[in-house]
Design a protein around this ligand. Structure first.
Ligand code: NDP
Length: 331
């Protein structure tokens, strides 16, 4: 029987959560139609949370985390996929309730599988990963809500992170002017390089005193931070502006008022990558392989790790110690 390596998060007899590389057998894989030889995975904030003690994300142990994977089909009982097809999977229960991408092999339901778009390698797909897909969903949502480059600045929070970096670069490449918000004072050059024309500190967008309505500044927002920051962004959106909200690194409670909604007609647009319907999924991945593919960014923001160093990387992402996107090479 063929064996493969995987990072396994488990609970020991003392109730402590452990992370270690183990050798698994194909029989350890969950049920599914498509077995995939995983070439690359990636590290997202959610992966850090899934591997952390007391996690609300991991739905049980032992668990192979990794909410993203890309590789080739090893075997398939579903006629849509054949051996050798290049595919990717993100979201659904992958890496939270179903063994995920931090393994040389994975098995998933066929409905979760996305065909790798033309013009994209498995490595590039994982530089994007869930973070890039979420940034792409956010950008597409701004477009759908009618936000165009001539309407003014788009603010991007958590700008050195995965979703933020990708959004800055994509918006810049589409001709939008981008204001990047970061808590990392050393990353200003990096942010300018990837397309920010203005850089703000976290304090700039989280003032001690916030008014129900502030100066109308942003035509749009891409916000993976949430919390008080989002409340400030909402109070400073331009008339009919749209905030695409995907995350919570700055908190879950958003102390806002109705004023920006009823006086400026702003839109609060929720972004979900996990259960995004497959048609939209394929559309956004195709955009990521074409006009949203900023090749220089992919090269600039990617760093690579392996299963052996992954445990430390999963701690690092929770402490904002990973800039850009770190991918996991499995082949
Ligand atoms: P990263 O860790 O790569 O980036 C998060 C960034 O947020 C950090 O780099 C930092 O940027 C900023 N940040 C961290 N802590 C704080 C804080 N206390 N206050 C303000 N800013 C902070 O994570 P991802 O980009 O992968 O994910 C970002 C968020 O989006 C997470 O909450 C994640 O769960 C969520 N998400 C949601 C998805 C969905 O489907 N809705 C999909 C993907 C992610 P800086 O140092 O530049 O300020």
């Amino acid at each position: 029987m063929s064996t493969f390596k995987a990072l396994v998060v488990d609970k020991n007899e003392q109730g402590e959560v452990t992370k270690e590389v183990r050798t698994l057998e194909e029989g350890d894989l969950p049920e599914g139609d498509v077995t995939i030889d995983v070439h690359y995975s990636s590290i997202n904030y959610k992966d850090g949370m899934a591997a952390a003690p007391g996690s609300q994300i991991a739905q049980g142990y032992p668990l192979v985390p990794g909410i993203d994977l890309a590789g080739t089909v090893a075997s398939s009982s579903d006629s849509r996929y054949q051996q050798g097809d290049e595919v990717l999977v993100t979201g659904y229960e992958l890496g939270v309730a179903h063994h995920g991408g931090y393994a040389e092999k994975a098995r998933v339901p066929a409905d979760w599988v996305v065909r790798l778009p033309e013009g994209m390698t498995p490595r590039e797909a994982m530089i994007f990963g869930t973070a890039g897909f979420t940034a792409g969903l956010s950008v597409v949502r701004l477009e759908e809500e009618g936000v165009t480059p001539d309407q003014g600045e788009i603010v991007v929070t958590g700008a050195t992170g995965g979703v933020g970096s990708m959004a800055v670069a994509m918006l810049h490449s589409l001709g939008y002017e981008v204001a990047a918000v970061t808590g990392n004072a050393e990353a200003h050059d990096y942010l300018r390089d990837i397309g920010a024309s203005r850089i703000l500190s976290r304090e700039d967008v989280n003032p001690d005193k916030r008014k129900p309505l502030g100066k109308a500044t942003w035509a749009g927002a891409v916000d993976p931070v949430g919390g008080e920051t989002l409340a400030y962004l909402l109070s400073t959106m331009k008339y009919h502006g749209t905030a695409a909200v995907s995350g919570l690194t700055g908190g879950t409670d958003v102390p806002t008022t109705v004023h920006p909604f009823i006086l400026r007609g702003i839109n609060l647009a929720g972004i979900d990558s996990v259960y995004c319907p497959s048609e939209k999924r394929q559309y956004v991945w195709n955009r990521l392989a074409s006009d949203l593919k900023v090749q220089s960014l992919l090269d600039a923001i990617a760093s690579e790790t392996t299963l052996d160093h992954l445990a430390e990387d999963l701690d690092a992402i929770l402490e904002s110690r990973i800039q850009g996107r770190r991918i996991v090479a499995l082949k």
